[in-house]
Write a protein that binds this ligand. Structure first.
Ligand SMILES: [Zn+2]
Length: 67
């Protein structure tokens, strides 16, 4: 029976029998962490861009409509 290995070339850990994933637990945790960080980063950037855009918009010609 062929022993499965983690798909991460830097890792190559042997995966346990019947393991459903291509990456070992360790790599999956790492990926999850990176994914979370990426999400946070993207969200942060989006908020920053959104905030900047709003700041620019309010400093520009666009003003809240008051009568
Ligand atoms: Zn791995």
């Amino acid at each position: 029976m062929e022993q499965k290995k983690c798909k991460n070339k830097k890792c190559q850990r042997l995966l346990p029998d019947g393991y459903k994933h291509k990456y070992c637990e360790n790599c999956r945790n790492e990926q999850a962490k990176h994914l979370k960080d990426a999400c946070k980063g993207a969200l942060g950037v989006a908020v920053m861009i959104g905030g900047t855009a709003i700041t620019i918009a309010t400093k520009g010609k666009i003003k809240p409509t008051k009568k």
